[in-house]
Design a protein around this ligand. Sequence first.
Ligand SMILES: NC(=O)c1ccc[n+]([C@@H]2O[C@H](COP(=O)([O-])OP(=O)(O)OC[C@H]3O[C@@H](n4cnc5c(N)ncnc54)[C@H](OP(=O)(O)O)[C@@H]3O)[C@@H](O)[C@H]2O)c1
Length: 251
Amino acid sequence: MTTIGILGVGGLAALMVRGLQGAGYRLILSPRNAEVAARLAAEYGCEVAADNQAVVDAADGVFVSLPAATGAEELARLTFRPEQPVLSAMAGTGLARLHSVIGPARAAVSMMPGYANALGIGPSILCPDDAFWRPFLAATGPVQVFEDEASFTTAATFGAFSGASFVWMAQAIGWYEEQGLPSATARALVAATLRGNAEVLLSEDRSLPEIQREVITPGGISELLVTTLTARQALQAWDEALTRVLHRIGG
Ligand SMILES: NC(=O)c1ccc[n+]([C@@H]2O[C@H](COP(=O)([O-])OP(=O)(O)OC[C@H]3O[C@@H](n4cnc5c(N)ncnc54)[C@H](OP(=O)(O)O)[C@@H]3O)[C@@H](O)[C@H]2O)c1
């Protein structure tokens, strides 16, 4: 059985461990944040190592979900085996920096939304392609592979897009609640609408302008919503926000 070591056992690690259930991996966790590590050991049968080096030593491959600000420094303190596969999910740590701190090991970088991966339907991106990590990520949802790191970094902004989408959904749900709809009804309505529309994008072979022409009646209520948002620069603000995220993660 392939053994995966996980360095950094917090929110993302907990979600990935859940998503990896049944995928056939043995999972060994770093001990810091003993509460989360103990919970994952109890719920999912993970093992908890004595320290970070013990995680690396026991693992065929190492998944890194350490804090983005300090994770590379921690990796530099550890000793990896030549060609040992190491996959980082740390936002903003590029391949060159990762290579420089894991020595002879084999570096790859990834990004994923997290929560949807726990349900087995979260997309991931991977750079460069790596036969060890592709099936690992695929166990938690569809994987897109990038050979070009600049494109990977642009795509990696989707981690923030995903997180922000929960805030956007909460805004809409909150508005329905304020108008008196029961919370469960508002939540189900917003979620099912977006799930349906996502399925249209994934399964229909039509361009976005064609789809929009079909669903946005001239002079209708969708158009009213869009023109109101556009007049307040609300849609254009997404471009500015994504660009700021891209700059933060090195693009
Ligand atoms: N959350 C997501 O869905 C998501 C998605 C994609 C990528 N990411 C990336 O994943 C990384 C982790 O994010 P997160 O949200 O999971 O953060 P988090 O909840 O803070 O988890 C990080 C964990 O690493 C532990 N840690 C800190 N220093 C350590 C060290 N030297 N050795 C071992 N463990 C150490 C922390 O322990 P303490 O609590 O004791 O400090 C914490 O348990 C970040 O780099 C982020 O960019 C997150």
